[in-house]
Design a binder for this molecule. Structure first.
Ligand code: ATP
Ligand code: MG
Length: 307
């Protein structure tokens, strides 16, 4: 649905986007992650036809953004990282104004507005004046505006910025819901963990280049092939003897009756390991898989430690 090939954007001698390539298939939620100045907004503005690339290609549903900007605009909903709201109008009037601007037919406008207000939970705020909305309410209003013409593709630039933890969780749930409705979504953030559980894939951008891309599981697997397991037992010494027999097991550390290990074999082998431990008389109190530390992963990638 979205294809970006060797995209570059320079401002004079400065290169903001340095030849990036990625694809987002239909129905996927793609997380665009990177530190300040990485080039996220620049790329999203190019995809939204608001900025011309210096070279390379960007296509939405097969349509080149430079050749067919009008048709691309009909397909996408772009939520900028900062958007103002107007004085003197309330939430419904604001949405009505944009529905008209997006060419939503008059007969369908009412239903479109009610639909997006329900989706973004704005119903209770319908007559609140737009400038008096809190940051979180305003983000929801801008997202609602982005959805008015029922675009197939959403390009959301840091929609969670400035939201409180509850609002972030609600936003995540909303984006997941939009994903299940079949929308293709690109969403940017500085924070990998924020996007991890809702994105089907991510691209990590650093100084205008993609330094890692794919599903989070794939990226993690490249960093630590296999899985990290924590084995709880009162007999760690005996457990270590058994574990040493498995070429696929690497013990990371032993502390407080817990042996942490990395296992690179196939999953069914874990059952064999447990059986071997039991046969050797090691009582297994628990065996759990440790969640990868995504913050750590992000820092290592952006420091150039992972390629
Ligand atoms: N109009 C412009 N003129 C010159 N440089 C620009 C312009 N717009 C952006 N840049 C530069 O391009 C780089 C990428 O900016 P961009 O806004 O795309 O980053 P970003 O990843 O969205 O960052 P942030 O997380 O801070 O939003 C930055 O170094 C920025 O200073
Ligand atoms: Mg930005």
């Amino acid at each position: 649905m979205i294809e970006v090939r060797n995209l570059r954007k320079t401002y004079g001698p400065f290169t903001a986007v340095d030849g990036i390539t990625f694809e987002v298939p239909r129905g996927e939620i793609f997380g665009f992650i990177g530190p300040n100045g990485a080039g996220k907004t620049t790329t999203m503005r190019i995809l939204s036809t608001l900025l011309e690339p210096t070279s390379g290609e960007a296509r939405v549903n097969g349509l080149d953004v430079l050749e067919f900007p009008e048709r691309v605009r009909q397909l996408i909903g772009y939520m900028p990282d900062y958007a103002g709201v107007y004085e003197g109008i309330d939430v419904v009037e604001y949405l009505d104004f944009f529905a008209a601007a997006y060419g939503v037919e008059r007969s369908r406008r009412r239903a479109a507005i009610e639909g997006v207000m329900e989706l973004t939970d704005l119903g209770g705020l319908r007559h609140k004046m737009a400038p008096s909305l809190s940051k979180g309410m305003r983000q929801r209003l801008i997202l609602a505006k982005t959805l008015l013409h029922d675009p197939a593709v959403l390009i959301l630039d840091e929609p969670a910025a400035g939201l409180d933890p509850r609002a972030r969780i609600e936003l995540r749930a909303l984006l997941k819901e939009l994903g299940t409705m079949g929308k293709t979504i690109i969403v940017s953030s500085h924070i990998l963990t924020e996007l991890a559980d809702m994105c089907t894939s991510v691209g990590i951008l650093e100084k205008g280049r993609i330094v890692a891309a794919g599903s989070i599981a794939t990226i993690l697997d490249r960093l630590h092939p296999g899985r990290t397991l924590a084995l709880r037992t009162y007999e760690p010494e005996k457990a270590l003897e058994v574990l040493a027999r498995f070429a696929t097991v690497q013990v990371l550390e032993t502390a407080d009756h817990t042996v942490r290990l990395n296992h690179t074999g196939e999953e069914p082998e874990i059952a064999e390991i447990v059986r071997a431990l039991a046969t050797a008389g090691v009582s297994v109190l628990g065996l759990s898989e440790e969640k990868a530390n995504l913050e750590d992963l992000f820092l290592r990638i952006t420091r150039g430690e992972v390629q």
